[in-house]
Design a protein around this ligand. Structure first.
Ligand code: FDA
Length: 302
């Protein structure tokens, strides 16, 4: 109840105050900031995936600008020889305005990454986007078999069926590559598991499906209760260290991240940057009520 109240208040808090607590989750506002943060992580043996902040745009001119911005990011990252790839949110490229235009924009970004033998991950957004994002992934995967991956969300009741249905794309040339996360959007009980235990149980089922079927998973979680069962599955299916990776968000649970690295597993950090940091950070703060509490205290003390 109290957490819900905090969550409801966050969007109305002064931006400057939210920034104070958000800056640990954001690499900065410019490409140079993202390059620097990524090089710092690379120096610690951590790979990155970079994300230009923003989503749910309102006109297609913005989509073109966003596509051009990604092309610039790719040039900068490749020039700096960063060990990393790229994450995109389709609504940032116009998915909900014109899916065809969105597809062309993302296709251009994937083609640019492919020129460098690199990879673009399609983030999964809220439920009205899921079918559209799977369709887009299918189309891109047919043209760029090695250069594109998708995110799936363990909280959605449909996910195991989606994974099964997408198996036709897996073959000798083109392995499937998914990021598995719990899912961050508010979804109804009809379509999504709501309880922590249920979500974790399905997370592990989805991961087992991936490992059993030779899919490359990005195990994206900060939940220590999921890390040990993930290790157990990796051992059970005898999966070599180059056939999976762990993933975490920039600034979140660095000690747990280090403990995974210390065991010799691959780790990739999602590096968000850009001027549009407010929506992203308020979502992160909602996940972390302790941090949100600090903001409330700062607001009311003085
Ligand atoms: P859970 O929420 O149970 O958190 C476990 C523990 O982690 C908490 O108890 C706390 O200690 C710590 N923690 C979690 N969040 C924190 C925070 N913000 N600050 C401090 N501590 C925190 N979702 C989606 O719907 N589509 C997507 O494309 C992606 N992409 C994505 C990429 C990557 C690399 C990651 C790691 C996550 C995503 N997500 C996502 C978000 C994901 O769905 C999920 O909401 C968050 O990762 C939180 O879930 P956890 O698995 O960490 O568990």
């Amino acid at each position: 109840m109290f957490n819900k109240m905090i969550a409801a208040t966050l969007p109305y808090m002064p931006k400057k105050l939210v920034w104070l607590f958000s800056k640990r989750y954001i690499a900065g506002e410019t490409i140079d900031d993202a390059v620097k943060a990524s090089l710092d992580l690379n120096a610690k043996g951590i790979k990155v995936t970079v994300d230009l902040l923003g989503e749910f745009i309102e006109d297609l001119n913005q989509a073109t600008e966003n596509k051009d911005a990604y092309l610039e990011i790719i040039e900068a990252f490749e020039k700096n020889k960063i060990d990393g790839n790229y994450s995109v949110k389709p609504t940032f490229f116009g998915l909900l305005i014109d899916p065809e235009v969105c597809y062309e924009n993302i296709r251009t970004v994937v083609a640019k990454a492919a020129e460098y033998n690199n990879f673009v991950r399609i983030d999964m957004e809220d439920s009205p986007c899921v079918d559209k994002e799977i369709d887009m992934f299918r189309k891109l995967k047919a043209e760029f078999p090695q250069n594109v991956g998708l995110v799936v969300q363990a909280y959605l009741k449909r996910t195991l069926d989606d994974l099964t249905n997408m198996m036709d794309m897996q073959n000798g040339v083109s392995k499937l590559n998914y990021r598995l996360c719990k899912g961050i959007y508010v979804e109804s009980e009809e379509i999504a598991y709501k309880k922590y235990e249920e979500i974790n149980e399905h997370y592990i089922k989805d991961l087992e499906f991936m490992l059993k079927n030779g899919i490359y998973p990005g195990i994206a979680t900060h939940d220590k209760n999921l890390i040990q069962p993930s290790y157990d599955l990796i051992e059970k299916y005898n999966v070599p260290k180059d056939k999976y990776e762990f993933q975490m968000l920039y600034g979140v649970t660095p000690e747990l991240r280090q403990s995974i690295l210390d065991k010799g597993h691959k780790m990739r950090v999602y590096v968000p940057f850009g001027k549009d940091w407010f929506g992203y950070s308020t979502r992160r703060l909602k996940e972390n009520p302790k941090m949100a509490m600090l903001i409330i205290k700062a607001l009311f003390s003085r």
